[in-house]
Design a protein around this ligand. Structure first.
Ligand SMILES: [Zn+2]
Length: 308
């Protein structure tokens, strides 16, 4: 959900230098969910790592290739997660350059046991699946904390599920490329079964504990107050959690009803995403035995609180 007016948009296709050995190219896919578009990052000065090649857009593929200088080459392609705005250009770029695609796993990798169950037994009932790049398959699956070494750079891959099961953040020194886990201008969409609120909170706490200096998100400008921003997001989620429990104390309700109550100031176009996040909270709170569904977990399940 967008939270404040963002910075001025960079020009799509033109590389912007953010730090020594770190450039960003904006993809031309602006939307309410992607802000100005997807940030494709280039790491290194000779052998380059491309992080999140972006959506299937020939112009963006050409822009990435044009950013590679005569004495440079692409040696690695890293993907934060298998969403259509981040991963589809990975394969065409790999074919053109010979560089391998590295990620945690395919589009279903990294789901929690409960989310696997919800996806398998009641996929239609639980909804979700927005924007999944179902055909995504890396050449190399990265383990949590695995170090990827390149030409004068070193990237630590951190498995950070929550927004998406196969989501990874990439740490370079005291900076972290956060994909869609943490952004400066909006909170992440958490849509079960790909999104998991319990995992999301744990991943955010883990990033905060690393005390990063700067975050480079998949959408929007770099975040310099890195730890403060992560803590703000965690506090925001806990506030939502409390509000959901308070609302359920007034009577049983489903995700849609609760979203209409809790997101009264939200534009109608964003209410479906808000409803998905409420459902993610409801599943998380059910896991914590703080609320109880009156039926099997599904999109229209009614939940109740036994708290007074
Ligand atoms: Zn995403």
């Amino acid at each position: 959900m967008p939270q404040h007016t963002p910075d001025i948009a960079p020009t799509p296709g033109l590389p912007v230098t953010l730090a020594p050995g770190l450039r960003c190219i904006l993809a031309p896919n602006p939307s309410s969910m992607t802000l100005h578009g997807t940030n494709t990052y280039l790491v290194g000065s000779k052998g380059l790592a491309v992080i999140d090649p972006g959506p299937a857009d020939p112009a963006h593929l050409a822009a990435i290739r044009a950013a590679v200088g005569p004495d440079q080459h692409i040696s690695h392609i890293l993907v934060t997660h298998a969403h259509l705005d981040h991963s589809p250009l990975a394969r065409p770029l790999a074919t053109l350059t010979g560089a391998p695609v590295l990620a945690y796993g395919d589009a279903t990798a990294g789901r929690s046991a409960l989310m696997q169950e919800l996806a398998a037994t009641s996929r239609q009932d639980i909804g979700g699946g927005e924007g999944v790049d179902a055909g995504f398959a890396p050449d190399i699956c990265l383990a949590d904390e695995e170090i990827v070494q390149g030409d004068n750079w070193s990237i630590a891959a951190l498995w950070t599920p929550g927004h998406f099961g196969n989501h990874m953040c990439f740490a370079i020194g005291d900076a972290i490329l956060t994909g869609d886990l943490v952004m400066g201008w909006a909170t992440s969409l958490i849509s079960p079964p790909d999104g998991d609120m319990s995992d999301y909170m744990a991943s955010c706490r883990r990033l905060s504990a690393r005390r990063p200096h700067t975050l480079y998100p998949g959408h929007g400008a770099p975040v310099t107050q890195a730890v403060a921003r992560i803590e703000q997001i965690l506090a925001h989620r806990l506030t939502r959690e409390t509000a959901i429990i308070q609302a359920l104390k007034r009577g049983p309700a489903d995700a849609r009803t609760l979203a209409a109550i809790l997101y009264q100031d939200t534009p109608a176009t964003l209410l479906p995403a808000a409803t998905r996040s409420v459902l993610a909270h409801l599943i998380d709170l059910t896991q914590q035995n703080r609320i109880f569904p009156q039926s099997a977990l599904r999109m229209d399940a009614v939940f109740e609180s036994h708290e007074i």
